[in-house]
Write a protein that binds this ligand. Structure first.
Ligand code: TYD
Length: 220
């Protein structure tokens, strides 16, 4: 035997706009998957590799001057190309599960819709960056823009370049995500309304529905 696992791992992505509680849910889902005994690798975008974390710093906080939308998109895709090849693909090939805080739907929503680049161009460039890799499940957390802004305002830290955007940009990003949840294979919309526990339950039901072979009919 070569030691190569027979089954490829699963790739789960949590997506959503600012203030939807994505980070909390990523943590809770990770704890659940590990509790279920699954070998898990975490990723985040932009970031997740040495070069990716450098790009993240540059994108979120590093630039004093304006950043052209073309520059922004290409930097994000450069980071994605790195995390796909260095982290995600090797883990999946080794039979591990990968949970990523954001992946390509963020580029469609933020750059395609929010910055107005359009989904066709983002799709073409993204295809090159990912080598065609898509998630097995995209959990798209959705919340009213006003509620997301209110949640964000309760956090005491200073906003990054995206968090500082106005409500017009935020509305375009949310509309983008709603459209993506309808049109993208393996994307599901999850309401981020309510308590973290309620949202966690919704996410878990989606996991059970999508991966019955792993979690059984009603879950583990
Ligand atoms: P992050 O810390 O992940 O923000 P949040 O806590 O809101 O998830 O920061 C990533 C920021 O980068 C986020 O504001 C969205 C933006 N982004 C894009 O604009 N396009 C992309 O493709 C990705 C991956 C992120």
């Amino acid at each position: 035997m070569s030691g190569i696992p027979e089954t490829r791992g699963r790739f789960i992505v949590i997506e959503g706009a600012e203030g939807v509680g994505k980070t909390t849910q990523v943590r809770r889902l990770a704890a659940f998957l590990e509790g279920a005994g699954l070998p898990l690798v975490m990723a985040r975008e932009p970031g997740g590799t040495a070069v990716g974390e450098g790009i993240r710093q540059l994108l979120l906080h590093g630039s004093e001057g304006p950043v052209a939308r073309e520059t922004e998109l290409l930097l994000i895709l450069a980071a994605r190309a790195s995390v796909v090849r260095e982290v995600v693909e090797p883990a999946l090939a080794a039979g591990k599960w990968v949970l990523s805080d954001r992946f390509d739907l963020s580029s469609f929503a933020y750059q395609g819709y929010g910055r107005g680049i359009g989904v066709d161009l983002v799709a073409r460039l993204n295809e090159y960056a990912t080598g065609g890799l898509a998630a097995d499940l995209y959990l798209v957390l959705d919340l009213a823009v006003e509620e997301g802004m209110a949640r964000q305002a309760r956090e005491a830290r200073s906003p990054d370049r995206f968090e500082a955007e106005d409500s017009t940009f935020r509305r375009a990003v949310r509309e983008g995500y709603l459209e993506l949840a309808r049109s993208v294979d393996r994307a599901v919309l999850v309401s981020a309304d309510g308590s973290p526990g309620e949202v966690e339950e919704r996410i878990r039901s989606e996991m059970f529905a999508r991966f019955p072979e792993t979690f059984g009919e009603g879950g583990v």
